[in-house]
Design a binder for this molecule. Sequence first.
Ligand code: HEC
Ligand code: HEC
Length: 329
Amino acid sequence: MKKLVYILLIWTGVSSCRKDFDLPSYQYRLDTPAHFPEMELPEDNPITPAKIKLGKLLFEDVRLSKNESVSCASCHFSQNAFSDTVAFSVGLYGQNTLRNSPPLFNLGYHPYYFKDGGAPTLEIQVIAPIHNEIEMDMNILEVCDILNTDGDYTRLSQEVFNTEVTPFVVSRSIATYLRTLVSANSRYDRFIEGDESALTSIEKEGLSIFEGKANCVACHSGFDFTNYSFQNNGIHLSYGDLGRRLITGLPEDDAKFKVASLRNLSFTGPYMFDGSLVSLEEVIEHYNSGGMNHTNQSDDVYPLNLTENEKQALLAFLLSLNDDNFVSK
Ligand code: HEC
Ligand code: HEC
């Protein structure tokens, strides 16, 4: 009997290793949605199911922070499209982050990361929060030493990369997991794919205001509702954050931030780099007002003179970009 239990244990252990992938499908997507472009992958980091699994384990592991109190998931909640619910998140020592935690989806399409574009690739971005003194205050080499004492990690790392856990393993795995967080299944997406009935008439009216009178498409264009450029959208007259200028040093980049996607807005508030706009009504009022006229404010932000009905239609359209399946559970 004892022997049988032992054999059973080995058998279930082996079969769960063999089973290719046991993450729920809402947490990743391996195929390219028909109406999305092909995602370009770095040559040294193809996507494999076991690598996604390793990346997800790392994303949720508090041992990536010095006092083992914070994981990536502490600021990027899956039920909030991987954003946080507060203006500034709380790091490992209780200090606030300097910016609002953005949602994480369709990241494989971004040409650079962070609000100021300071990280050129996802693989490099991953290292930043680990070393950031407010967020995780850790060292990637120390992280690897700790994880190499954990058999689950060494086994998976060997299986995927044929080596023990190294900075290469950590950065490639988390970046891969992040690339598979694809959100493409809102009612708007079904509309684009040809289902005319997927949007109500008021939402369709909102879409034409979005593209026309409200001029949102000047910046929020394309399949992910961003042209990824750096813009000042006029939410303040003066900013306590240099934005893109932090990276380039150029005065003309002062207080410019990467244009945000508009998908999943019901789950990602508060809005903007500092979480200063709490509701979508406030966001619409802001753009309708024409902005605060910061020196670098874009010419594409100007008074819109929207009627109450037009504001409501615009709001209804924005809400049709929610992908409930992406955030469910
Ligand atoms: C203490 C909170 C906190 C933790 C922990 C944290 N993040 Fe973040 N994350 C943020 C904030 C705040 C930003 C915005 C920073 C900026 O734009 O300068 C951000 C930005 C990002 C971005 C850029 C998204 C974009 O649109 O450019 C990615 C990707 C990301 N985080 C992934 C991670 C990963 C992976 C981890 C774990 C290794 C992690 N984060 C840990 C708060 C956190
Ligand atoms: C000149 C370019 C530009 C135009 C035009 C523009 N936006 Fe934006 N939008 C941005 C930028 C840049 C950000 C990110 C700002 C930040 O991080 O503080 C943003 C952020 C947002 C956000 C917050 C997203 C988030 O997750 O925090 C919403 C919502 C939004 N815009 C809606 C709209 C709507 C609706 C319109 C049309 C009425 C519009 N925008 C027009 C550039 C623009």
